[in-house]
Each structure stands twice: as structure tokens, then as C-alpha cells.
Design a protein around this ligand. Structure first.
Ligand code: PRP
Ligand code: ZN
Ligand code: MG
Length: 226
């Protein structure tokens, strides 16, 4: 929770695909901010709501630590860190309050275009490069597929050409990055978009959102893309 603070803090992405739409959404809600020199902390002028401009990957941790009350972040980032925390023995730390209708993409497994794709059983024994090792590992385990997960923080799509992996699991939006790397999507693990996120504890935060029905992220949207 935010303890002694009497102002709400919302974290959004500083730069990247969600940055402008997140700001536009909050502006449309009637919020405005005093311009700060470093542009990392924006003091709310119209309402007691301050903005933190950060890396998207940092947003779940800021929520967990109570540094901010709410965040606008991709479901993919939130779920990855939630699964990783629980795998490490932690309890649920985040909650997806609602999808926001922008930043749509999917987390997909993609294989070289030359592969004749039949089923996910073909992934057994392969090396899969990803920036989402927790989501991928949970999915592989659920499917009973023994594959090696190679964690990369970026440029995942080039890993097969570099010989670091056989296939990948990464975000797909337009599909242009996959096509440029001669890869094709074959399985969707998660449909993602920007979401409003907060702490999971019903008593924490000053958000007043406790009555809302949280959406439970789950692997219920899996299908075969091929
Ligand atoms: C994302 C993602 C893919 C790409 C997919 O990367 O990691 O690489 O976009 O988009 P497309 O299907 O429209 O080509 P992004 O460039 O946002 O940056 P990041 O990987 O550094 O986070
Ligand atoms: Zn990022
Ligand atoms: Mg990328």
C-alpha cells in the first residue's frame, strides 16, 4: 500500500509503444501534470495523481514494492513477472484490473519458415529463445514438452539465424519482425494488450478499485496458429 502518501501514483512506460497511448488515456481522464526537468516524475496539477515514467519491465516491481499504486503495462510483462514470483515461492503480487484496448499483440511461438509445421510435439528437444522464460516454461510444462529455454533480453528473432536457438517465443504485433527474420508464428500462448495493473491485496492501495472484478490471466486462449 502507499502508507502515508495522500497522492496516487501511476507508473507508465517512459518511451515505447505504450507510452503515448497511456498518457493520452490519462489526459482524457482529466489529469494534467507540471512538466518536470527529468521527466521521470510528473507532479499532478489537476488532481492529486502523480506520474512515474519508467521502463515497462519495472512497473510490476514498483507496484509490488508499493512505490506506485497503479500501472499501465502489457499483460505479457505482468504475467511473466507474476509467474516468476510464484515460481520463486512468492505469493500473488499483482492484479490485472482491466484491459485498456491498446497495445494489442500476442506472445507466440515462431519457427523457421522452412519448417513443415504439424504440431507442438515438434518442439520436443529444441532450444527456444525468449524474453518470457516463465510464461514459456509454464506452457511447455503444461503441454508435457521437454525443450530448452534460452533467455534473451532482446533481439530474440535473430537467435535462430545466429545458431543460439531453433525457434523462438516472442511478441508479435504486425508480424513484420518475424517476416524479416524468415520466421512464421505457429502457436499463440497469450493474447496481450495494455492493462491497468495494481497490487493483488484487496486492502492495499488508494485506488478505490476494490469492488472491481479482476481478470485472471490464464492460458485459456491457446490455439494453433498454423
Ligand atoms: C516488440 C517485440 C517484437 C516486435 C514485434 O519489440 O519484441 O520484436 O515488437 O512487432 P511486429 O510484429 O510489429 O514486428 P519492440 O520493437 O517493441 O522492442 P523491444 O523488443 O526492445 O521491447
Ligand atoms: Zn520492455
Ligand atoms: Mg523486440
Amino acid at each position: 500500500g502507499n502508507g502515508a502518501r495522500d497522492r496516487l501514483r501511476i507508473a507508465i512506460q517512459k518511451s515505447g509503444r505504450l507510452a503515448e497511448p497511456a498518457r493520452a488515456l490519462l489526459t482524457a481522464c482529466g489529469l494534467s501534470w507540471r512538466e518536470s526537468r527529468d521527466r521521470l516524475f510528473c507532479y499532478g496539477e489537476s488532481l492529486p495523481v502523480d506520474l512515474l515514467l519508467v521502463r515497462d519491465d519495472d512497473i510490476p516491481g514498483l507496484i509490488r514494492d508499493g512505490v506506485c499504486d497503479l500501472g499501465v503495462v502489457g499483460r505479457n510483462v505482468l504475467l511473466e513477472q507474476d509467474i516468476a514470483l510464484k515460481a520463486g515461492g512468492g505469493s500473488e503480487a499483482f492484479r490485472e484490473w482491466r484491459p485498456l484496448g491498446f497495445g494489442g499483440c500476442r506472445l507466440a511461438i515462431a519457427v523457421p519458415e522452412t519448417w513443415a509445421w504439424q504440431s507442438q510435439a515438434q518442439l520436443a528437444g529444441t532450444r527456444l529463445a525468449t524474453s518470457y522464460p516463465a510464461i514459456l516454461r509454464q506452457w511447455l510444462d503444461g503441454q508435457g514438452i521437454a525443450a530448452e529455454v534460452v533467455e534473451l533480453s532482446g533481439s530474440v528473432e535473430i537467435a535462430p539465424r545466429l545458431g543460439q536457438a531453433d525457434a523462438i517465443c516472442d511478441l508479435v504485433s504486425s508480424g513484420a519482425t518475424l517476416a524479416a527474420n524468415q520466421l512464421k508464428p505457429v502457436m499463440t500462448l497469450l493474447e496481450s494488450e495494455a492493462v491497468l495493473a495494481g497490487p493483488s491485496s484487496a486492502t492495499s492501495g488508494a485506488s478505490g478499485l476494490d469492488q472491481a472484478t479482476p481478470r485472471q490471466p490464464a492460458f485459456d486462449g491457446i490455439w494453433d496458429d498454423a
